[in-house]
Every structure is written in structure tokens, then in C-alpha cells.
Design a protein around this ligand. Structure first.
Ligand SMILES: Cc1cc2nc3c(=O)[nH]c(=O)nc-3n(C[C@H](O)[C@H](O)[C@H](O)COP(=O)(O)OP(=O)(O)OC[C@H]3O[C@@H](n4cnc5c(N)ncnc54)[C@H](O)[C@@H]3O)c2cc1C
Length: 485
């Protein structure tokens, strides 16, 4: 394989964690690679910026990197040498409840179980078997489709994870505290919690919290793409920012093209190189709900009624399982609940570099119907105030983003969808369309590598890594040529 300034073995469109991971894997495989990024900065959903006041550094999108720290591909790379440092919290999750101590997911499974009363042994029995080989378990969860390396463990997971989160939690736990903790984790699915397979997300996030507590990246999430970008350049790859690709004419000749884009952009950019049947199937892709997000510059820590909440990187606000399930179901039906399920992150509690001395940043979002322009500021702040009276008095400045702002910020966030599209039983493994190798398209030189492929949303780079392996398997079959059908 060879490349010069005008031709490459591989072109990657988009520099999110998946695009950069694909490029690194391709370069490691000996390919000459160039990445094109529309924004002036690489990173996609992993950038950090002063959104409110000078000195307050906010994660614009991803904040807490559960799948990042457990990603088999990231773990195989020397990212620390390129500036990435994970900061681990004492607790992954705090889940405040009205009039009682918050439910805490401490890094120790025993300590967590001790806070769950009658469900203590139930929680231990559920989680502990996965912890003997937690890293292996996540290799299977984030691995390529196919036979798992740990079939016993994976079967155990599948038999539990296949159920709706509500039914599973009600059957497995006797009391509201453990049920609420599980519902908060399952809520990351962005699906109604009475849908089949939503228990899987509850389990994955719970197990993860005891394998590696949900971390933040020192200095901000941007440290992740910067480390990947630096490594990519070290292994010979190139990155061109400020280039919004709209047609094949924007791209140099290459053997293969990988798209770290949403399916609709793959269709609009490479449509002339793809058959109409495949384009129709891409057109049927479901993106699902979006988010409304708030960032705050705060005068001090959030005054939680239960100060233990300050120990957690993530706080799930929404109360009981029933309340969270009802809110998420209403949201999925197109409504905006008065008391939404809110995901709040406390980066500056763990990483003082994020805010001036004595100050804090705050980050929270709730799910909203795709394309919503409803301002959820009051609803979100009321949920925080409910469990942290006096919170609003600490706000120095706020910054909001609705679904349209997210789409403008990153064309991959269609309708404000943040994880590459609905990840229900039908679309999780068939994203973007049902194919034996979902990263490939009917055009053997065109691949998709974004979160709209398995294993889906999150900052783990595994979609990019798997797509790159498929590309490397075929790259020698083609000469560099413009992108055509
Ligand atoms: C509010 C929010 C909170 C989140 N929280 C978390 C979290 O805490 N933890 C977590 O793991 N994940 C989180 N995520 C999800 C995570 O950010 C995404 O799943 C992840 O970034 C997807 O990576 P990607 O590489 O597939 O695409 P993206 O990160 O979306 O990157 C795609 C890149 O391609 C570029 N691009 C797109 N089209 C073109 C084009 N035509 N030409 C040139 N460049 C183009 C974009 O500008 C972008 O830089 C969150 C997302 C959001 C929005």
C-alpha cells in the first residue's frame, strides 16, 4: 500500500471517536489515511469548551466515559502517552430519593449492596458473577457480532438483559432503592423501560461501575480525541479540519472510504456510489429522541440534601423506578414530562482544572422527543432543586442546547439524537441496515463506522475499530480511485 499527497489507501469522513479510531486502526494496519472533519476542531461528541464564563470548561457532549475506559481498543493503545488520563470517582452513581439518603453506586459492590437494605444480597448475586472477569465481559459486549469469547457469562447476561428493565427490577428487587438505582442505569438506553432488552443497559452500566468506576477525562472529554489524533499523526495519518464534505468531489482518490457519519449523511454524500435499494433502507433508519442540555457556571458545589452525592461522577435525578419509567415512556410518545429523568454530571468535583478556584461546573440533560424545541431549563432545574434545595442560588451563568442546536453543532445528531439512533431490539444489531457485516455497504469501497453501527452510541471507538478491520480485509483489492459507484 502506498499513498502520496493526492491519493490515499483510506479516507475517513468525520473525526469523532469512531472516525479517529478507524483511522488509527487503519494506519496501524499499514494503510495511508486522511481524516476530513467539518469542524475546526477534531472530536465530534467529545469536545470541551468555555460555554458559560471564562475559566469554566464544559464538556459540550460526552462527559463520563464508562465505555471509554472499558473499550478493548482504547485499552490496547498508549493513549496516556498522548495525554489521556482518566479520573476515577469514589462512586459512579448517586441516585437521590425524596426524604431518605441517596442510593449510591460505590466502586465496591459490597459497599453498594450495604446501602440497599433487603436487596443487599440480591444485588450482590446479580452483579458479583460478572466481576471475576469484568474486562472479558466488556470485550464481548463491545466486541464484533458473533460467538462470544465467554459464552457462559454472556448467556447469563443475555437471560437477564433480554427483559424490560421495569419487569426485571420489580422481579429481582424487593424495595424501591435498588429498583430506582437500576432504573437510573437502564434510562441510558433512551427507550421506554417497559421495552424488551432495556434491562441489558441497566446491567451493563451497573456492572461497569464495579469494574471501573465511571470516569471523566482530566482536562475535559476533548483529551480523548486529542490523544487519538496525536497517536494517529505519530503512526503517519493525516487530519484536515474545517472541511465539510458534501459530495464525492470533496474527497481525494482512495481505495476505501469510511464514513463516521449518520446514515442520512452517508446517503447524501455517497448516494451516487450506492444502489437505490440500500439508500431506501438507510432512509428508514430510526434516530429516536433527542436531548435538551444545560451547562452551569456555579458559585460552589451543588448543595445536595445528601452530601454523599458529591462523590459521584453521575447523578440520576427522577426519583423512583415508577416515576422514571413513566417520564421516559411519555417522552417517547412525544411529551415533555414536568419531572423528567435527568442525567447530571459533576466533572469539576473530580477535576479542579474545569473551573476557577472555589467554583464548579454543572452539566445536565434530559431526553426529549426528536426535533423538540421546548425549553426544559425550568423542569431540569426543578429536579435538581428537589434534591438540592438552594441550588439555583449557586448559578452564575447557564448555557442551553436544544435538539436543533445539537444538529447544528454536529450533523450526526439527527433530531438531537445523541447516540447514533434508536438502539432497541430491532436496530441494535441491524444498524444502519441488516447486513451480515453492518459496516459494509453494497459498494465494496464504502463503509460506515459511526455510532449508527454496532455496538452503538458512546465513546469507545469500537464501531470505528471494527469497520477498519473490515476495510483492511479488502483494501488490497482496489486501486486508489475517486469515489464512484
Ligand atoms: C449531550 C451528549 C451527551 C453525551 N454523553 C455521553 C457520555 O457521557 N458518555 C459517552 O460515552 N457518550 C456520550 N455521548 C455520546 C457520544 O458523544 C457519541 O456516541 C459519540 O461521540 C459518537 O462518536 P462517533 O465517532 O460515531 O460520532 P461523532 O462523535 O458524532 O463524530 C462525528 C464527527 O464527524 C463530523 N462530520 C459529520 N459529518 C461530516 C461531514 N459531512 N464532513 C466532515 N465532517 C463531518 C462531525 O463534525 C463530528 O466531528 C453523548 C452525546 C451527547 C450529544
Amino acid at each position: 500500500m502506498s499513498g502520496n499527497r493526492e491519493t490515499f489507501d483510506a479516507v475517513v469522513v468525520g473525526s469523532g471517536p469512531n472516525g479517529l479510531s478507524a483511522a488509527v486502526a487503519l494506519a496501524q494496519g499499514g494503510a495511508s489515511v486522511v481524516v476530513f472533519e467539518a469542524d475546526d476542531e477534531i472530536g465530534g461528541g467529545t469536545r470541551t469548551a468555555e460555554l458559560t464564563l471564562p475559566g469554566f470548561r464544559h464538556d459540550v457532549c460526552s462527559a463520563v466515559h464508562t465505555t471509554g475506559i472499558l473499550s478493548p481498543f482504547f485499552r490496547s493503545l498508549p493513549l496516556e502517552e498522548h495525554g489521556l488520563r482518566w479520573i476515577l470517582p469514589r462512586a459512579s452513581v448517586a441516585h437521590p430519593l425524596d426524604g431518605q439518603p441517596a442510593v449510591m453506586m460505590w466502586s465496591s459492590v459490597e459497599e453498594t449492596a450495604a446501602g440497599l437494605g433487603a436487596d443487599s444480597s440480591g444485588y450482590l448475586d446479580l452483579i458479583a458473577p460478572f466481576l471475576d472477569n469484568g474486562e472479558g465481559f466488556f470485550r464481548d459486549v463491545l466486541g464484533p457480532l458473533g460467538w462470544p469469547r465467554h459464552p457462559g457469562l454472556f448467556a447469563r447476561f443475555g437471560l437477564k438483559g433480554m427483559w424490560p428493565a421495569t419487569r426485571f427490577a420489580n422481579w429481582r428487587f424487593q424495595q424501591s432503592r435498588a429498583r430506582a438505582l437500576f432504573a437510573g442505569c437502564a434510562g441510558h438506553s433512551i427507550l421506554p423501560l417497559d421495552k424488551m432488552f432495556t434491562a441489558a443497559l441497566g446491567l451493563i452500566f451497573s456492572i461497569a461501575g464495579h469494574v471501573e468506576p465511571w470516569p471523566v477525562a482530566a482536562g475535559g472529554s476533548q483529551a480523548i480525541p486529542r490523544a487519538l489524533g496525536s497517536l494517529l499523526r505519530q503512526v503517519g495519518g493525516q487530519i484536515r479540519t474545517g472541511v465539510r464534505v458534501t459530495s464525492p468531489a470533496d474527497l481525494p482518490a482512495a481505495r476505501v472510504y469510511l464514513f463516521d457519519t449518520s446514515p442520512d449523511q452517508l446517503a447524501s454524500i455517497a448516494g451516487t456510489a450506492l444502489p437505490s435499494g440500500y439508500l431506501r433502507r438507510l432512509g428508514r433508519y430510526r434516530y429516536g429522541p433527542g436531548v435538551f442540555k444545560l451547562d452551569w457556571a456555579l458559585d460552589g458545589p451543588i448543595p445536595w440534601s445528601d452530601p454523599d452525592c458529591l462523590e459521584a461522577s453521575t447523578v440520576h435525578l427522577g426519583g423512583t423506578l415508577e416515576e422514571i419509567a413513566a417520564g421516559e415512556a411519555a417522552m417517547f410518545r412525544g411529551k415533555h414530562p414536568e419531572r423528567p429523568y435527568v442525567l447530571l454530571c459533576q466533572q469539576s468535583q473530580l477535576d479542579p482544572s474545569r473551573a476557577p478556584d472555589g467554583k464548579q461546573t454543572g452539566y445536565a440533560y434530559c431526553h426529549v422527543p426528536g426535533g423538540s424545541t421546548v425549553d426544559m431549563t425550568e423542569a431540569i432545574e426543578k429536579q435538581v432543586e428537589r434534591f438540592a434545595p438552594g441550588f439555583k442560588d449557586r448559578i452564575l451563568a447557564r448555557h442551553t442546547m436544544n435538539t436543533h442546536d445539537f444538529r447544528r453543532y454536529n450533523p450526526n445528531f439527527v433530531g438531537g439524537a445523541i447516540t447514533g439512533g434508536v438502539a432497541d431490539a430491532f436496530q441494535l444489531f441491524t444498524r444502519p441496515v441488516a447486513r451480515i457485516n453492518p459496516y459494509t455497504t453494497p459498494n465494496p469501497r464504502v463503509l460506515i463506522c459511526s455510532a449508527s453501527t454496532p455496538p452503538g452510541g458512546g465513546v469507545h471507538g469500537m464501531c470505528g475499530y471494527h469497520a477498519a478491520q473490515s476495510a483492511l480485509n479488502r483494501i488490497e483489492r482496489f486501486e486508489p480511485a475517486p469515489l464512484t459507484g
